[in-house]
Write a protein that binds this ligand. Sequence first.
Ligand SMILES: N[C@@H](CCC(=O)N[C@@H](CS)C(=O)NCC(=O)O)C(=O)O
Length: 207
Amino acid sequence: MKVVAANASPFARKVRIIIEEQGLTDSVEIVDPGAVTPVSNNEILNAASPLGILPVLVLDSGESIVDSRTICDYLNDVSAERGAQSLYPEAQDERYQTRSLAALTDGMMDVAVAMRYETALRPAELQWPEWLEKQQEKLVRSLDYLESRVGGLATDRLMMGEIGVACILGYMDFRFPDTDWRAGRAGLATWFEKVSSRKSLQDTVPA
Ligand SMILES: N[C@@H](CCC(=O)N[C@@H](CS)C(=O)NCC(=O)O)C(=O)O
């Protein structure tokens, strides 16, 4: 199977980290489609998914699986069948906490990617400062929430929640280097520094 995934995308990064962490590097080819924006057409991507949004997993049968969360779950199932540990805890409460953290960090990525499109792609005269300000507040509140919960984040083994946290923090550094998310969030900064040394994160630094 192959996954259409750009290096800059935090959603695609989750998938690429899972491929490495779950021992699937020999089974999934990574295809970089080149530039992808909401205001351009990318033929490789559009051939894989009518939505033209990445990542997309293309199975050997030719069928596509869209949306990073679905792809992550699919790869988690495939790796579990091969004996890897699941990316979700078994106990129900913990499992839903992990799912909720993964959903929160996906939401943060949605906000951050939309802000990037607004500031980098939308013509200056059409930009909407009030909208940008509210999106920024969502990120600030969510980062503060993550800081308050950082004691529950593992560094020795990444589950789906930790992978999401690492991907949004890496994206903040990549696209919003002037926003000092580390200020006042020493726990999160230390956690991110520790997990960033993992091979799966080193190999997928956004570019
Ligand atoms: N919900 C989707 C979001 C993916 C997403 O926003 N991908 C961006 C790149 S980071 C994209 O493909 N943008 C192109 C577009 O919006 O047309 C997922 O989790 O896979």
